[in-house]
Design a protein around this ligand. Structure first.
Ligand SMILES: Cc1ncc(C[n+]2csc(CCOP(=O)(O)OP(=O)(O)O)c2C)c(N)n1
Length: 575
């Protein structure tokens, strides 16, 4: 068969039935094959970046690799931000790019770009396929690498003559790659050491990242937390790994985490980090991070151990396996049942420092919108976000109760991620509610994807928390740059309602607080895309906040700032 047919057959062998992409000359053969194919639905986005984010969103909500396709040159380079986004958050993504014919590579041919060279640092593996006969094996390899061990993006560059060439199709059942052997089981001795440390600790904290979601380890995590009565904090991408309504949940840790989570980490004597990478947005100033704690680090990627924080008990392997083994081991030791001083303390922090905002104003507070979306939507609703204040409010004020319900660009912080990722999620689950919580700046980075949502009748809902600013940058300018709002004023925003209508979606503008619940209800009950432009309080800030360069315990909230009347404004320290 032809190379392009082998590519499609390989996708089918991998169980792929949805792909996202955008055609062009170098993939025209592949698209000709897709055209004649019934088992795979192709979703045409309006920009290749969006195809990558949509495939990434699809991957994050399903746990299966997402697939995106682009042509050579500009098509391929447009994928780069999406690939880097998936790379930073360990999402399994397969990017298939067209390339100029093999004999023209290196000649600056029309639409030629060295995409394998460009994406070396942001892919787990990439390859320029030079012979159609390599295709079945290299496709198998791509899926295997993307979705085993620490998941990540893989790119295959497919020259036009390779797509057109002839190959036999024998899809390998198994694959054995020299030098690539992910570790799944934790070392028994380390597990023994860890279980002993857990039972001896007086102030333990479970510090949970996206790795727990990736390994579907939510149940095992909950069991460990409950069995040993360990308070749980999560990272941004770990949201949903532990029910945030659970009494042991202290919420998110880090720069915009909760005070209880940050205090607990600081005062703990044992951190059990699971599938988390000690990102600088989480740790704050490294020297002050959990200064008295022994650190157990469970991670599938050995390279994460002691990268940022010294690890005392490393356990390399799959979180689910390791948590299972830890639970078994701990069964044999005495279980901690009663409330200790530590629990009383964390409970008190929760009571004294809830997340709060001024609910008495007439203006619309963005936090209120997020809370109202939470109130009106079922637990399995998927929330995608853009980046900025909107992202942090979506993280803080919606209570995530299930894994794979919160998708956001954590590592790269990519504005423009939310709408295409929401589209990918809605393609995966057409019946579930999917909301994109957006800023007025970010939504304009991929707003053209409203057309995709309309075309495929995907009922995604978009809530723009429209503060007419690049809000998160403005917040920093207010606090750290004497209110010099350099290039962050978006007072000249377009009329988003009319833009939505122009694309064929339902557009709603909300300027009064009293209209908020109805607008959300209307969106939830409309079976086509809806964009709500909420005109929110312009200068609302995200609190709590750990100023850059400070330690987690130096976290401040709105009240702290009001108390000092901005006299002792937080200053950026050494960052
Ligand atoms: C592609 C990209 N460019 C720039 C930034 C830097 N950045 C981070 S947050 C932010 C402001 C976002 O503004 P908006 O989308 O309106 O959301 P808000 O913070 O107001 O909720 C900017 C510019 C980024 N994260 N991504």
């Amino acid at each position: 068969m032809k190379g392009c047919e082998a590519i499609i057959e390989s996708l089918k062998k991998e169980g792929v039935d949805k792909v996202f992409g955008y055609p062009g000359g170098a993939v025209i053969d592949l698209y000709d094959t897709i055209h004649q194919e019934d088992e795979i639905q192709h979703i045409l986005t309006r920009h290749e970046q969006a195809a990558a984010h949509a495939a990434d969103g699809y991957a994050r909500v399903t746990g299966e690799p997402g697939v995106c396709i682009a042509t050579s040159g500009p098509g391929a380079t447009n994928l780069v931000t999406g690939i880097a986004t998936a790379h930073m958050d360990s999402a399994p993504l397969i990017a298939l790019t067209g390339q100029v014919p093999t004999h023209m590579i290196g000649n600056d041919a029309f639409q030629e770009a060295d995409i394998t060279g460009i994406t070396i640092p942001i892919t787990k593996y990439n390859s320029l396929v030079k012979d159609p006969k390599e295709l079945p094996k290299v496709m198998k390899k791509a899926f295997y690498i993307a979705s085993t061990g620490r998941n990540g993006p893989v790119l295959l560059d497919l020259p036009k003559d390779v797509q057109q060439g002839e190959t036999d199709f024998h899809y390998p059942e198994n694959i054995d790659l020299r030098g690539y052997k992910p570790t799944y089981k934790g070392h028994p001795l380390q597990i023994k050491k860890a279980s002993k440390a857990i039972m001896e600790a007086e102030r333990p904290v479970l510090y949970v990242g996206g790795g727990v979601i990736a390994s579907d380890a939510t149940k095992q995590l909950t069991k460990l937390a409950e069995k040993c009565m360990i308070p749980v904090v999560t990272t941004l991408t770990g949201k949903g790994a532990f029910n945030e309504n659970h009494p042991l949940s202290l919420g998110m840790v880090g720069m915009h985490g909760t005070k209880p989570a940050n205090y607990a980490v600081t005062e703990s004597d044992l951190i059990i980090a699971v599938g988390a990478r000690f990102d600088d947005r989480v740790t704050g100033k490294l020297e002050g991070f959990a200064p008295n704690a022994t650190v157990i680090h469970i991670d599938i990627d050995a390279a994460e151990i002691s990268k940022n924080i010294k690890t005392h008990i490393p356990i390399v392997g799959d979180a689910k396996n390791i948590l299972k083994d830890l639970n078994k081991k701990i069964d044999k030791i005495k279980q901690r049942k009663q409330q200790t001083e530590w629990h009383k303390k964390t409970k008190r922090w929760k009571k004294e420092h809830p997340l709060e905002y001024d609910e008495t104003t007439d203006t619309i507070k963005p936090q209120y919108i997020v809370k109202e979306i939470d109130r009106q939507t079922p637990d399995n609703t998927i929330i995608a976000t853009e980046v900025g204040q909107c992202q942090m409010w979506a993280a803080q004020y919606y209570q995530y109760k299930q894994p794979r319900t919160f998708i956001t660009s954590g590592g790269l912080g990519t504005m423009g991620y939310g709408l295409p990722a929401a589209i990918g999620a809605q393609v995966a689950y057409p019946k579930r509610k999917v909301w994109n919580i957006a800023g007025d700046g970010s939504i304009q980075m991929n707003i053209q994807e409203l057309a995709t949502a309309v075309k495929y009748q995907l009922p995604v809902n978009i809530a723009i928390l429209n503060n007419k600013y690049l809000g998160m940058v403005r917040q920093w300018q207010e606090l750290f740059y004497d209110e010099r709002y350099s290039e962050t004023d978006l007072g000249d925003n377009p009329d988003f309602q009319r833009i939505a209508e122009g694309f064929g979606a339902l557009g709603i503008t909300v300027t009064k607080k009293t209209e908020v619940p109805d607008a959300i209800e209307r969106a939830n009950n409309t079976d086509r895309p809806v964009l709500i432009d909420f005109h929110v309080d312009r200068e609302e800030n995200v609190y709590p906040m750990v100023p850059a360069g400070a330690t987690l315990s130096e976290i401040i909230d709105r009240k702290d700032v009001e108390k000092t009347q901005k006299k002792t404004k937080p200053t950026p320290m050494g960052d």
